[in-house]
Design a protein around this ligand. Structure first.
Ligand SMILES: [Zn+2]
Length: 338
């Protein structure tokens, strides 16, 4: 049977048998088998020396992942039977406001993994600190990152998480379930994908969507008001309007909202109701336990970061949640975190 939610809210990790498709005989799955994993990354540090010696070293060390770490994480996830799924394949919503939970029907032993990439904007503050400058697509439709080295700029096909992921899937097609790709959470205040004029990112957006990537609103300004939960309904409305006008008009409208600073909202919060009324039915805060909740007309999915803070300080989570040994992943160039 289809699992249909008409009201209330529940967590996918606590029920056992009603995630399924229209089969009379339903396979009973354990809570663990029903679990959906959701991890996220910021843009990758390509030049560790530059990043960790820059003035913003502390922030980079906390919130960013290096290219070598990302490569090691992908290999580890693949070995541990994770498969990349499209977040929008997990659930659908009917016109009358019901939620239909889809069974991923993965091959036995495989675990569904959603990956999101936050702030794929290549902000000005990251310039000259060892990151890519923007995402591009070549004449063959392959994604690469433009990376500044000295006075020149190179096409780096390993120049950020998305081009690396594409190469990985090419070499390991079974890592992507039914063509599943990642979610790009983007703001708008400095353009899109590294293009200060968002319209210039259109061809890259189209190429990414064609490959299966999804875009999410990450608000327009990423204001600190999301950090202390003080954002008002009025300000959130403004954020949504600006994002939809400047960014959604280029990358397409979306039903996914990935909250800045991982802000949580309860389902009866007026701001959550605003998001729903604007069509944002998939809400992703930060929660290292990666719970998935379904309610009437929405899904809330917590995400775990795989950044320096997690690798250096909360390394147990990496082992417990993903079966990966953080010390084998973490770059030795990272300064210690207290
Ligand atoms: Zn962010």
């Amino acid at each position: 049977m289809l699992a249909v939610m008409c009201g209330g809210c529940f967590c996918a990790s606590v029920f056992s048998c009603n995630r399924g498709n229209a089969e009379a005989k339903e396979e009973v799955k354990t809570a663990e088998e029903n679990k959906i994993y959701h991890i996220f990354f910021h843009s990758l540090i390509l030049d560790e020396e530059k990043a960790f010696k820059s003035k913003k070293s502390e922030g980079y060390n906390y919130w960013m992942t290096t290219r070598s770490e990302f490569n090691a994480i992908l290999v580890g996830l693949y070995k541990n039977d994770f498969v990349l799924v499209d977040i929008e394949s997990l659930v659908s919503f009917t016109k009358d406001g019901r939620t239909v939970i889809h069974s991923a029907s993965l091959p036995k032993g495989k675990k569904p993994l959603v990956i999101s990439f936050d702030d794929v904007n290549y902000y000005e503050y990251m310039k000259n600190d060892g990151f890519a400058s923007r995402l591009c697509v070549d004449a063959l439709g392959r994604v690469y990152a433009a990376v500044k080295t000295g006075n020149s700029e190179i096409k780096d096909y390993e120049g950020d998480h998305i081009p690396i992921l594409e190469t990985f899937i090419q070499n390991h097609p079974d890592f992507s379930w039914n063509g599943g790709r990642g979610v790009l959470a983007v703001t708008g205040y400095e353009g899109l994908l590294g293009y200060r004029n968002p319209v210039e990112a259109k061809a890259v957006c189209d190429a990414l969507k064609k490959k299966g990537y999804k875009f999410a609103s990450h608000s327009y300004t990423h204001t600190q008001k999301f950090k202390d939960n003080s954002i008002t309904v009025e300000r959130l409305t403004e954020e949504l309007d600006r994002w939809e006008n400047d960014i959604g008009s280029v990358c397409g409208s979306t039903q996914i909202f990935i909250s800045p600073f991982g802000m949580h909202l309860k389902e009866n919060d007026r701001r959550f109701k605003l998001l729903l009324s604007r069509g944002y039915r998939i809400y992703c805060p930060v929660d290292s336990k990666m719970p998935t909740y379904y309610g009437a007309g929405f899904m809330i999915q917590g995400r775990m970061s795989l950044d320096g803070l997690t690798l250096l300080k909360y390394y147990n989570r990496v082992q417990t949640n993903l079966g990966l040994e953080a010390s084998l992943i973490t770059s030795s160039n990272r300064p210690p975190i207290n």
